[in-house]
Design a protein around this ligand. Structure first.
Ligand SMILES: Nc1ncnc2c1ncn2[C@@H]1O[C@H](COP(=O)(O)OP(=O)(O)O)[C@@H](O)[C@H]1O
Ligand SMILES: [Mg+2]
Length: 248
């Protein structure tokens, strides 16, 4: 059997309703989505359109009201928490706007943290891999620094190194450049863009910034809990023009 482009993540009928029956908030309404393996998919849309909720559901960080999610062939909806935690640890990486680095640990200790949490030894091959990632991210002379001794861009690169360290199948990034200046932003985005080609990863990038989305192979536009547009991306200007209707 040959598969042309396999889905790294699949969602079917994904629905999330917050609040109670009297005043429900429909954050996601019956979303169907396939995220192609080895690509960067940008999820765009105005504030409150359901982007972060979608990411939480895709990563199994929260339980949908209805619908199902698969990571590759594996259905994650309904999996016991313990199994989900292991799956996330082994096959997903996360990069958030707020870096989420532990201030008491050095950069390299933060990068190794997932292994510590998983109770797994870092073997020689993994050590080599982490060295490679650290060099590639230009963090070679920063590994012993604490987060507060690093610039915002460097901190976010540490967070990306941490996400890459375990060689996850999918990296979920929610507004990863939201707190960065434009130079740091483009560094971080080109790294995320090179992850699929250099490291074989799939990247789901949430952003409201057309410039950030221009790094993606595909752009999915959300509004009010549904996908309203879906196309092969383009330049910053093209994306800005095409999202203007959805972002009003
Ligand atoms: N934990 C929550 N409890 C109640 N409402 C929520 C919660 N999380 C998100 N929402 C609501 O769901 C909608 C979508 O939010 P969100 O996914 O954060 O949007 P985005 O990331 O696109 O800004 C918004 O109306 C938001 O207020
Ligand atoms: Mg959000």
């Amino acid at each position: 059997m040959t598969s042309v482009s396999r889905a790294a993540v699949t969602a079917r009928g994904l629905t999330k309703t917050f609040g109670d029956d009297a005043s429900p908030v429909h954050a996601l309404r019956q979303v169907d989505l396939e995220i192609a393996e080895g690509q960067v998919t940008a999820i765009m849309g105005p504030s409150g359109s359901g982007k972060s909720t979608l990411l939480q559901m895709l990563a199994g960080l929260d339980v949908p009201t209805a619908g199902r999610v698969w990571l590759g062939e594996q259905q994650i909806t309904g999996l016991p928490d313990e199994q989900l935690t292991i799956l996330r640890r082994e096959r997903m990486g996360f990069v958030f706007q707020s870096f989420n680095l532990l201030p008491a640990l050095s950069a390299i200790e933060n990068i190794r943290l997932p292994f510590l949490l998983a109770g797994s030894r870092i073997d020689a091959e993994t050590t080599h891999w982490i060295d490679l990632v650290v060099e590639r991210l230009g963090l070679g002379d920063r590994v012993d620094h604490r987060p507060q001794q690093l610039s915002g861009g460097q901190q976010q690169r540490v967070a990306i190194a941490r996400a890459l360290a375990t060689r996850p199948a999918v990296i979920f990034a929610d507004e990863p450049t939201g707190a960065l200046d434009s130079v740091s932003s483009s560094e971080v985005l080109s790294l995320l863009r090179s992850a699929p080609t250099e490291y074989g990863q799939t990247v789901v990038l949430i952003t409201h910034d057309p410039g950030a989305a221009s790094y993606a192979h595909r752009v999915v536009l959300m509004n009010d809990g549904v996908i309203v547009d879906d196309w092969a991306g383009g330049t910053t200007e093209q994306i800005a023009r095409r999202t203007v209707g959805g972002a009003s």
